[in-house]
Design a binder for this molecule. Sequence first.
Ligand code: PAF
Length: 283
Amino acid sequence: MEVIASPTEMQRWSERARHRGDTIAFVPTMGFLHEGHLTLMREGRKRASVLASSLFVNPTQFGPSEDFARYPRNFEGDCAMMRTVPVDVLFAPEPDAMYPQGSQTFVEAIEVTKGLCGDHRPGHFRGVTTVVAKLFNIVKPHVALFGEKDYQQLRAIERMVKDLNFDLEIVPVATVREADGLAMSSRNAYLKPEEREKALSLHRALKAAGACFRAGAREPDQLVRAARAVLESASGVRIEYVEAVDAATLEPLPTIDRPVVVAIAAYVGTTRLIDNLVLGRSA
Ligand code: PAF
């Protein structure tokens, strides 16, 4: 695996690959990899002739009181995991290379980042779409893969790609879960053993919403109430939001007559976790 830190060198690498006739699949990450990332990477391998990844803990997507400084990092471990896939090239820039002095241009998808996490993490999605746009211009992929666990992020990136005519395909990949249902996340590393048990209530809450939908409920509020009841009965879980919205636009739905996403953000101790479930879409 080649490791490149300079944006210009990475651009040259990709230009050479494209010139040779290779196609490039890309999985951007903030590191501290888990099976969810590896699933994206393995899927990427199938979809192109070379696989690129990036490792960059992006400061612009963290709020001032968020966990940027303590975000888990393990560069050597991440490289070892990427080699097992294998990843062909890793772009791992320093913050100064991504945001040199004087940087002042941002990319923002407006409507799709309203509600859900957008309401609770001001500036977060602007940071995500900005860094992803930059990464696309640097890595020049034909296809890029994103997990459905970060559902609003996925929709914001799809919107940006469409609105700004990026010439690449976005491939969504289903959330990877532990055997007991916990959605994989780098932030699970923050959980103490007793908190990890409580964190399972997010998945249980989504299952309750799913059962409610399958029993015939077609009002978003019914799904929200079913999920909330589970979260509220779990001690040590603080709900940030539970919403059931249009799975395509993330706008409120008066009645469920199209695919709906039930999305949760909740704190277990000091750890903020998110999870979601899409209902009513064909498999
Ligand atoms: O999902 C993530 O890990 C990050 O938000 C991403 C897409 C790599 C941008 O920093």
